[in-house]
Design a protein around this ligand. Sequence first.
Ligand SMILES: [Fe+2]
Length: 299
Amino acid sequence: MNSTDPFSGVRHQVDAELALALAHSTERDQHASWYREFGSTLEEYTRQHLDSRPGFFVLAGLDHLTEEQARGFTVAVSRLTGDLLPQDGHGALLRDVRDRGVKLGEGATGRYSDSRQGGSLHTDAAHRPGRLPDVFALFCHRQARSGGALVTVHVSDLLELLADHPEELAALRLPVHFDTRDDAPGFPLTVRRPVLEFSGGRERVYYLRDYIEIGHGHPGIPPLSKDQIKALDLLDELLDRRDLQTHARLAPGEMIFIDNRSIVHGRTPFEDDGPAGGGRLLLRTWIGLPQQQPAGTAR
Ligand SMILES: [Fe+2]
């Protein structure tokens, strides 16, 4: 399925001049009408494409931006969408996703975003304590020679199929320990949260199987029960189903916003030409959306 362009209907061209202005925008510009207008446009895209299917949208026409401008643009439009959240203990708001030759789960802190492995569908930041990103954005500055397509599965498709497996569904709604991949002194080893949760008026998913396995391997933390393993195996089986997946490859100068609450994502493995071309480079932000007021609540 999905042999057609998965971005058709959710790909929005950004005016070239506006993109440059955003890339170079400063705090002073935040009151300018052109800046605020683009903020309203992003709010509309978020409501239209993230609060319901497909759970992502793309800004396009940005391939004229240099790497530095791409960084400026990515931070500016992410900030217009919501609160920029730190992605590591040092408060980095923009992270380079590239092949650092690391294997997932390797060493104390090996991360998916530093590798070129595929598979391991996940949500971002499930393993981090504190406020989690509702949305994450990826600006594609350089694409890999081959592979590196984004793979997404929507939680509503998972829930529809899990309805036939009530025991596994119940197990997935119980908390598990995610390894925090952070060995800084005083930092918690694991964080507890369920894989599936109804929260804030919507179904949310938090997942990265390897981090759960590592989390439950620590001394003093109970191992996963047989029922939990069975439920996680079923979830992996569903995530692996090609008919539930959407595959899409970002082109250089495209930036995708993905709903991290309802989309489980990954990528296909990729091959690069080596250091000459610089290799695949995506710029990532984590974004917390403004808290929605429940209906009937005074503002
Ligand atoms: Fe990710």
